[in-house]
Ligand binder design. Structure first.
Ligand code: ZN
Length: 409
């Protein structure tokens, strides 16, 4: 298990990046031998050989007839060419201040991705337009037609009502109130879009490729600016009646505590969210540290930052203990920026679960850090699109949009 500090700099991430480099070289050269790919990328021959084998298995790369390449004056030896993937999915992730997009094939290979910084909260229309533009860009980068896209998954940083396709909270995404997000995006892309909130996407990414792979009952806790949970029961995401399942950040810890932006008092977020931690640590040399800086310092020897994150871990643990009593998860996967503090956050969180959950639930639960941090929501939106395309292929017509079915068949 990679150290949480490395987060996205893990082997899987590196392999993705190397795979993309090999794809770029293939796109640039048209046809090329493994030895030349190794020279062009600076990757070892063994690495290139492994990557090429994976790409062949995914149907993205093929050998061409070495004899005919030789006869045409090409270099002797096997030449490789890129095959256009027949079907792809696209994941779009809206954060509070960025839009990210990734295109992946059905073999779960991310073929291209991009990210753009902008004020998503206030400029909903512009954010949707930017994402639609990026959608066209990534498809042309991988030379795939729009008609080959079999699913689009989209993440929003707040609760989402999947029934109406709207943002479920005016306080979290002020510029998105009343906007039918899924429909707006579908209108721009001409392709059905599935939407999901950020913590649920983190859970999907961990379930598909990360720390929840071998696990059918787990809770993913996103501990970042806000605190939310994605709950997987019997292998399925729990969404609730209106999409707010997992809003663990608004668990009441102190009935007469400070007012929360949600309108209640003493919520977990009033003491353990990013802004609460930033406020607790206070200014250093006249300026507030960011949450990222606090997490980094806590991983070092800064006692104040360590204490602030440890206390946040303890408070989060109280709410998670309640969750353990309710759903008896096999695992609790802690993600989000705070998870980069590793044991500084996790040890007091475990201790709180031991103190506050029923013994049997506390004893069975394994608390560990998530594999994905920065790309969790983006990868989750890809997973959502992959799941959707699989379901569409499996389900009968009334359950899936007809357009999607046609494309899958
Ligand atoms: Zn609240």
């Amino acid at each position: 298990m990679p150290s949480p500090k490395n987060g996205d700099g893990t082997l899987a991430w590196l392999r993705d990046r190397n795979r993309q480099r090999v794809m770029e070289i293939l796109r640039m050269h048209g046809q090329i031998s493994q030895a030349d790919i190794s020279r062009a990328t600076g990757l070892s021959r063994t690495t290139v050989s492994t990557l090429v084998a994976e790409l062949k298995e995914a149907g993205l790369v093929a050998d061409i007839d070495a004899k005919s390449a030789h006869a045409r004056g090409g270099r002797p030896g096997v030449q490789l060419v890129l095959r256009n993937p027949a079907h792809v999915v696209v994941g779009i992730d809206f954060g509070h201040s960025h839009v990210a997009i990734a295109v992946a094939d059905l073999g779960h290979n991310v073929l291209a991705e991009r990210r753009y910084e902008l004020d998503v909260n206030r400029e909903a229309g512009r954010a949707l337009d930017v994402a639609a533009g990026m959608f066209g860009e990534v498809l042309s980068e991988v030379a795939v037609e729009r008609a080959s896209v079999v699913g689009v998954g989209m993440g929003v940083p707040g609760p989402v009502d999947r029934g109406t396709g709207t943002a479920g909270s005016a306080t979290i995404l002020p510029g998105w109130v009343g906007l039918r997000i899924g429909a707006e995006m579908e209108h721009r892309l001409g392709i059905p879009v599935q939407i999901e909130n950020d913590a649920n996407l983190g859970a999907l990414a961990e379930q598909t490729w990360g720390a929840g792979r071998d696990c059918s009952n787990f809770a993913y806790i996103k501990a970042a600016t806000g605190i939310g949970a994605g709950i997987v029961i019997d292998g399925r995401l729990l969404r609730g009646a209106s999409g707010t399942a997992g809003e663990i950040g608004h668990t009441t810890l102190d009935e007469s505590g400070p007012l929360c932006y949600c309108g209640n008092r003493g919520c977990l977020e009033t003491v353990a969210s990013g802004p609460a931690i930033v406020q607790l640590v206070g200014p250093v040399n006249g300026e507030n540290l960011t949450l990222a800086q606090i997490v980094e310092r806590a991983s070092g020897a800064d006692l104040r930052c360590r204490r602030a994150l440890a206390d946040a871990g303890r408070e989060i643990g109280v709410a998670v203990a309640g969750l353990c009593n309710l759903i008896n998860p096999e695992r609790v996967i802690v993600g989000g920026l705070m998870s980069r503090a590793g044991e500084v956050l996790l040890r007091p969180l475990r201790e709180s679960i031991r103190r506050h959950a029923v013994q049997a639930a506390a004893e069975t639960v394994d608390v560990r850090a998530a594999v994905f941090v920065e790309r969790a929501e983006l990868l989750g939106s890809v997973a959502l699109a992959l799941l959707g395309s699989r379901e569409a292929a499996r389900n009968s017509a009334p359950l899936a949009p007809a357009r999607l079915l046609n494309r899958v068949n």
